[in-house]
Each structure stands twice: as C-alpha cells, then as structure tokens.
Design a protein around this ligand. Sequence first.
Ligand SMILES: Nc1ncnc2c1ncn2[C@@H]1O[C@H](COP(=O)(O)OP(=O)(O)OP(=O)(O)O)[C@@H](O)[C@H]1O
Ligand SMILES: [Mg+2]
Length: 354
Amino acid sequence: MENPFKYGAIVDAEYFTDRVDEVKYISQFIQSANHLILISPRRFGKSSVVAKAVKQSGRKSITINLQQITSVADLSAKLLREFFKVHPIERIRHLISHFRIIPTISVNQLTGSIDVSFQPGADGTKLLEDVMELIEKSHTTKDRIIVVFDEFQEILDIAPRLDKMMRAIMQEQKNINYILLGSQESMMTEIFERKKSPFYHFGGLMRLDKLPREEFHCFLAERLKNCFATNSEVLADNILDYTNNHPYYSQQLASSIWNIGTLQPETEDVLHTAIDHIVTTHGLDYERLWMGISRTSKWILQRLASNSVLQTGEYPTSTIYSALKRLQKDGYVIYSDRYEIEDPFFKEWILRGL
Ligand SMILES: Nc1ncnc2c1ncn2[C@@H]1O[C@H](COP(=O)(O)OP(=O)(O)OP(=O)(O)O)[C@@H](O)[C@H]1O
Ligand SMILES: [Mg+2]
C-alpha cells in the first residue's frame, strides 16, 4: 500500500485537506477584476491552495515559479511556453508575427512539449512587453486568464528595476487576474506594503494560516488507521502537538510514522522512533546550517528551542531583535502567534546538543 502522506510538493486530491474557506475566497477574488497577493510563512500550503482554486475555476491559467527564472528573457520565454499550453500555437501564430523580436519555437521530440527561446542578448524589456501584451490581447474582460507568479519576491533578484517594469505593464491590463505569492520571511511583505514599492497596494492581501487543528487531526487519524487501528487518534494528536500544527512537518512526521507502522509494526514508541529517524537523516544538514550562523543567532535558537525567555540581559534588546529578524528572513524562525523555530526537527537537534 502506498504511503498516504506527502510533503515537499504541491498537494492535491487525497493529500489535501480543508482550506475550504480559503479556496472559496481565492475563487471569488479571481472572479472579480482584482489581483490577489498571498503571503504566509514558508511551507504553510500557499502553492497548493492556489493551485486548487485555479484548477477548480476551470479557467485558463499560467503558473510561473520565479525561483526558476534566470533573466528577463528567460521569464518571457517561459511565459510564452506556458501560454502555448493553453492556446494552440496555430491560432495565435499571427499575433506572434507582431513581436519585435521573433522567438524560436520548436517541439521537443522527446517530451512533445514546446520549447521557446529568444536570440541571446535580445532586449529583455521588449520581449516581456510583447509576451505580456500577447497574453492580454488573447483574452477579454469576460474571459480573463489567471497568471500566477509563485515566489514573487524573486522579482527583486532577477534583474534591476524588473518590478517597476512589470508593474507598468500590469497596471494597463484588464484581461488578466494576477495571483502573486511568496513567503512572509522573504521580501514579500515589503514589496506590497512599502509605500515606495511599485507594487504597493497592487491587489488584495491574503494571509494563510496553519491548517485548523480539528480538520488536520481527522485527516491524519483517518490515514493512520490502517496501520494503527487502536491508537491512530492519539498519534494524530501527538503529531500535531509536536509540530505545532505545521502542515508540512505534520505530513512529514505522519509519513515517517506510517512507514514504521508498515515495516516495523512491533516498534513500541513509534512517535519517538519516527522523530529520531528524521533528526538523524537531517543531521548533516543541520550541522552545516549551524556552522553558518552567528553566535547570537545560535543563542537565540537555543533559547527558542527550550522555550526560554530572550530578555535575560545577556544581549541588548536591539541585538536580539535584529538577529531575530535575520533568522526570520533566512527562514529558520517563523512568527505566527509567537516566534518559533520553523523546523521542529531542527529544534529537536538543537535541544539534543544543549
Ligand atoms: N491543504 C493541505 N492539506 C494537507 N497538507 C498540506 C496542505 N497544504 C500544505 N500541506 C503540506 O505542506 C506542504 C507544503 O505545501 P506547499 O508547497 O503548498 O506550501 P508553500 O507555502 O507553497 O511552501 P513554500 O513556502 O516552500 O513555497 C505540502 O507538501 C503538504 O505536505
Ligand atoms: Mg510554494
């Protein structure tokens, strides 16, 4: 039997739970003429919930992960390639002939997919303008296309002033609903909340929380039942207590528990065996990570791991605050209702070293 838990990728169907209200909210939003910005701490389920809502809408859509984009030309080529997936090339050939720089379009013989490239050194601004205009022109206000930019904060790193340029194009468009998502720890909040940013107040801001405990509990318990007939409810509780309801880490721990239940059913303390297994597997990564952070940060992480107060007089408040911000930006610490170490297994690793 296949492991019923999945972590690390976009989840859908039987791996996806709840988010009913969020999907409804996103769906309603993209039925209007507005754009949506979705922010949450890392691995809370942004990409999954957006993919679900977009799929449910049945509308044409394009999703680009900006983390995989290396230049403006690359962004233009990938947008065009995705566009060809929803618009057969034969029907829009005439529109492409208006491009200032004509792309090379070829069919990949191995995958059957379409490859798009532009001549090296082509002016990125012209490429992007033409591609985005093509997308706009191929739709109407009655038949808007959805364009999702995942990891949107990367816009600041791809090319200088790309944010300004894209905003200038996007604000003229009427036939596209943009959904821009990224993690709270990155620059996302600044991009949309800093008055001077080109994307200031660009669209509706939505924040994603952790999954509601009850629904997530049912989801886990039900899937653990076939291995743990008598104690699946208790295990589900243990998992959520340990991960503090974190969507990704709960699925990771549940997955490990399920493996143990299947392969070594005689194991007594399955929860701690699973935790042990995960911490050991990631030990080297944690060690490398630990070597790369400052002494103050190490101290803060140790205090957070043992749930101790930070204001002890050992470090000035301003030093603690800026180190916390740094740790948050680097994704080690998240803030939902309080500061906590993002990865409960890293926390465990730290505690073991105390
Ligand atoms: N609705 C859900 N039901 C069950 N598990 C979920 C749900 N949403 C997210 N998860 C768990 O969290 C993991 C991360 O989800 P996803 O990649 O959608 O999050 P993200 O916020 O986009 O992450 P990142 O910050 O890395 O981009 C999934 O692989 C899954 O294990
Ligand atoms: Mg994501």
